[in-house]
Design a protein around this ligand. Structure first.
Ligand code: AMP
Length: 223
């Protein structure tokens, strides 16, 4: 059975870090819509040019564009054996489109990473990424350290500016938090405490996926 994992949670919950780590250990692709958009901005493509202003304000790129990007990405051969989806869906319309995309494939396992609001604001304010390759720097990194992946300069993400952080959290509560209601009735939904140290979160994530996987088997038997 393919492991099709979807990570939910507010900006700053650690979805990116945990998705990356989990995907690497399982040898499946991590598909981050934020990374895909940042790459498009970097490359100056049409989508990138239109997305940049929206991202800089902390708002959401249109459902139509995002659903197209994800549909195309999930059809690629490397996603057939499983994937970790990070940053999508962010609206209920995206979630129902994803259900249609997933029709006939193994069920989605959905893990929600829960972190208190004050902690999110603190984390987002201190987050650094590489100016050159876009990689996230470890939380303890300082702006004078080089990127661990490519040696590039570390800078604050444009949308981690305080006013934008508050807007992104507002957008999360309004548009994305309803996704918890959307998914939580499924036997494959679990939530984990993301306020712990990253290693503990990673261990809880594995346990949650195993528990949700038995939910997926039950769902498979029923459906
Ligand atoms: P992230 O790296 O996931 O925090 O995404 C950075 C920004 O990209 C978001 O604040 C949005 O502007 C945009 N974005 C990423 N994923 C989506 C999505 N699924 N729907 C709409 N906008 C998105």
């Amino acid at each position: 059975m393919a492991l099709n994992l979807l990570m939910l949670g507010p900006p700053g919950a650690g979805k990116g870090t945990q998705s990356e780590r989990f995907a690497r250990t399982r040898g499946i692709p991590k598909i981050s819509t934020g990374d895909i958009l940042r790459e498009a901005v970097h490359e100056g493509t049409d989508v990138g040019r239109r997305a940049k202003a929206i991202m800089d304000r902390g708002e959401l790129v249109s459902d139509e564009v995002m659903i197209g990007i994800v549909r195309e990405r999930l059809e690629r051969a490397d996603a057939r054996g499983g994937f970790v989806l990070d940053g999508f869906p962010r609206t209920v319309a995206q979630a129902s489109a994803l259900d249609r995309i997933m029709d006939g494939r193994d069920p989605l396992i959905v893990v929600d990473i829960v972190v208190p609001e004050e902690e999110l604001v603190r984390r987002l304010g201190g987050r650094l990424i590489c100016e050159n390759c876009g990689a996230n720097a470890p939380m303890a990194a300082t702006a004078t350290a080089p990127c661990l992946k490519c040696g590039g300069r570390l800078v604050q993400r444009a949308d981690d500016d305080q006013a934008v952080v508050l807007e992104r959290l507002k957008v999360y509560h309004r548009m994305s938090e309803p996704l918890v209601e959307y998914y939580k009735i499924r036997p494959t939904f679990r939530s984990i405490d993301g306020a712990q140290a990253p290693d503990r979160v990673a261990a809880d994530l594995v346990a949650a996926i195993e528990a949700a996987g038995s939910g997926a088997l039950r769902q498979g038997v029923k459906g």
